[in-house]
Ligand binder design. Sequence first.
Ligand SMILES: [Fe+2]
Length: 374
Amino acid sequence: MSPIQLFDSASCTYTYILFDKDSLEAVIIDPVDEQLQRDLQVLRDHRLKLVWALETHAHADHVTSAGLLAEHAGARTAAPEACHIGTAAVQLSDGQTLAFGAQTLRCLHTPGHTAGSMSYFWQTESGGHVFTGDTLLIHGCGRTDFQSGSPEALYHSLTQVLFRLPANTTVWPGHDYQGNTHSTIGQEMQTNARVAGKSLAQFVETMNNLNLPKPKRIDEAVPANLTSGLRHDAGGDAPMQVRPAQGYAGDVSPQLAWAWVQAGEAVLVDVRTDAERAWVGFVPGAQALAWKQWPGMAMNPEFDAGIQKLGEGGKKLVLLCRSGVRSVAAAQRATDLGVAAYNILEGFEGDPDSNAQRGKLGGWRHHGLPWQQN
Ligand SMILES: [Fe+2]
């Protein structure tokens, strides 16, 4: 068995579809959003049931279609845990396995291109296959100069993880810019221009002096890929920008707020009542600081001291309420107290639709961001 290899010429990205020939359960690795229809057609042509949509890392050069494939094909999304793709249903750790039919993929944490990057190993009757993302490319490797990259970590991943696989393992890279399709571990150990026969010091020296231009789509792609490619924005990247506001730091979309929290730049503050968090749901890791409290929606006398304390950490505060009304008042109060605070538009549940059903029109939950219920 070999994987089906698909190519996106705009980003030179390889996408792979692997399947179990008896059950026809399939996995897709690194799908590209512009190629959604092509990929769905391939699945139909082979009568495959897509069970997993997988990422090797949070890509900087294209947007994933994992979230869309989950909706269209019923796949579950999975991504390396250290990539902080909060919308992925399964957060993968080193050594973990994923099953599709009678087949198994094994996760190999191979940091370096990004801190979270993973490779996936598939043993078939006819041989081993490894899907290396941007960790190992044919005759090359991914860059290490942005997105938590590290040449030292990459050298270790190449020489101590991937090069310890059997030499006849087929290498399926995440990209190729010269028309190569696959290689083997043995071949890369002998001829890879970046790493074969190189010491750690030589490798680091090379990687630190590549002087590559910034990827064209990084500012758009990375935030979108942190939510499995689900953007809910007809107009491009507008949801990832701060909108100016009167009396506080600004309005932000739930997606931007979450991207900041994931990047460690902001603290999420839930200003709803204790009752709302308990009954409706809450965001794991958010700080609870009610603006008003049930019953009677009386002002919370602890709010001022609480928000000042949260502001002392030096991070931006992003304030979440039910539909983005109380969080404006709370952000204005925080600003009066000298704390930089942003309002999250649409809140946790969004505005009510004509049937007064929240969560149908917008808001944190509507955008597929993480939340839980007691
Ligand atoms: Fe990459």
